[in-house]
Ligand binder design. Structure first.
Ligand code: PLP
Length: 463
């Protein structure tokens, strides 16, 4: 008899208490934080869904690995354990540790990107875009059309538009130093990319002689989606699927804070000897010696173990099911979300949910403030506050106003998720009473982290 209930595939050995707060305490805390959830103290948050990056719980094997950490400056045993694991999964010849994903992107951009070149991707993550633009390159997004349509169902909504990529490679010949593909596609709702699509990108890159680099942060979640949704992969393990995917590319950047199951770390891995040498030279300048790259020996051990744990089928089935469960409950309650559910997060569609709030009053931001005020849940707006301010200072509203509920790995249980559902369903009953916000002070760039806000009415929620 096979039972249907998908359980958390772990038992809890160490716990971190979380603190219940009263509505009055939360109203005070968010006011003091100038209505910016990034400015809250984490202790005032009950369920923290701000990000899945570096917020996961480590296993007993990772902690045991940390005790094995070899802190030698050069040639540490821990580096070789790390290198061997990355090599086994990705097959890439050169493995270069970094302190997190953006450091790998920075080093790669320094080696590959110059004035005016174009780097296509399905959708660039903000730090990838920023690193390319810092080298005066153009970060070009080529997602399939369905990627922009929250309610349209598609099994691989993170795919790249292959026809658009081919056109770009043909028309901009000589101006493209590399093509990237982000798995899963974080900026488009954590949606997966199919193996067929990765293969298509790989073939085009070979045809035009351009290196192909995978942004691999959530490679294990992507592999599981391929197993679950792409014909021909049902009987393969996530490890085999990941290995096949990496074989199609020339290198990858990685934030080990996601599918490395670690609290810090990352790497760059490539096949090209000359490129690896350029990258290692720049690594020494910015991160450290090539066998530690800004990490402690114990971090390298935690990542070496974590990368394998992330590929466990039981774990991946539970992880994907958690997000899907929340998504199904939202759909049943009539709350609009990006569908199907992504791998690491559920994205609420605030623009259609709170259609009474104009974009000039930032519906996604208002929703994130209401979520905290009512239930102590912290989420992240991905909309006009994050993307609306243009380099020339003007405001251009974002196409989508989303609120991302990102799931830390192995941290919350089903009852935490049931609580999140209860809060959201309550908000649905009072949604017309949620009011917008205005910005009262903002920095010149990346304003969402530090901007100060105020409600346009007396309060964001008068329920
Ligand atoms: C797709 C993607 N690429 C790159 C990064 C950057 O990684 P890090 O935060 O470790 O610098 C992230 C982090 O959220 C990401 O989601």
């Amino acid at each position: 008899m096979e039972f249907k209930t998908i359980i958390e595939p772990f038992r809890i050995k160490t716990v971190e208490p979380i603190r219940q707060t009263s509505r009055a305490e939360r109203e005070h805390a968010i006011r003091v934080a100038h209505y910016n959830p990034f400015q809250l103290r984490a202790e005032d948050v009950l369920i923290d869904l701000l990000t899945d990056s570096g917020t996961g719980a480590m296993s007993i094997y990772q902690w045991a690995g940390m005790m094995r950490g070899d802190e030698s400056y050069a040639g540490a045993r821990s580096f070789f354990a790390f290198e061997q694991t990355v090599h086994e999964i990705t097959g890439f010849k050169h493995v270069i540790p970094t302190h997190q994903g953006r450091a790998a992107e920075h080093i790669l951009s320094q080696a590959m990107v110059n004035d005016g070149v174009i780097v296509p991707n399905n959708t660039h993550f903000d730090t990838t875009r920023a690193n390319i633009e810092a080298r005066r390159g153009v970060a070009l997004n080529l997602p399939i059309a369905e990627g922009h349509q929250p309610a349209t169902l598609h099994p691989f909504k993170g795919n790249m538009d292959l026809a658009a990529l081919e056109r770009t490679l043909r028309e901009k010949r000589g101006q493209i130093p590399m093509v990237m593909c982000t798995v899963t596609n974080n900026s488009e709702g954590g949606q997966p990319v199919s193996m067929a699509n990765v293969r298509g990108v790989s073939e085009l890159c070979k045809q035009f002689g351009v290196p192909f680099i995978i942004d691999a942060c959530r490679f294990a979640e992507n592999a599981m989606f391929i197993k679950m949704r792409e014909p021909g992969y049902e009987d393969q393990t996530p490890m085999q699927i990941a290995q096949e995917m990496f074989r199609l590319a020339d290198g990858c950047t990685m934030s080990a804070k996601k599918d490395g199951m670690a609290n810090i770390g990352g790497f760059l891995a490539v096949n090209d000897d000359a490129l690896a040498e350029r990258c290692r030279n720049s690594l020494i300048l910015t991160e450290g010696f090539p066998t530690y790259g800004g990490l402690a020996g114990y971090d390298l051990e935690a990542i070496a173990v974590g990368l394998r744990e992330a590929l466990s089928e039981d774990y991946l089935r539970y992880r994907i099911r958690t997000v899907e469960y929340l998504s199904e409950r939202m759909t049943a309650a009539g709350i609009p979300t990006v569908r199907p559910a992504g791998g690491h997060a559920l994205y609420l569609d605030a623009k259609s949910w709170l259609s009474h709030i104009p974009q000039s009053e930032y519906p996604g931001w208002a929703l994130s403030v209401a979520l905290y005020t009512v239930g102590g849940i912290r989420a992240c707006e991905i909309g006009s506050v994050m993307f609306g301010k243009q380099p020339d200072g003007t405001e251009k509203f974002s196409e989508l106003e989303l609120v991302r509920l990102a799931f830390p790995r192995r941290v919350y249980t089903q009852s935490h998720m049931d609580y999140v559902c209860e809060v959201l369903i309550y908000l649905h009953t009072v949604k017309d009473k949620i009011r917008g916000v205005k910005i009262v002070q903002q920095p010149s760039a990346l304003r969402h982290f530090t901007a100060k806000f105020a409600p346009v009415a007396e309060s964001v929620l008068s329920d």
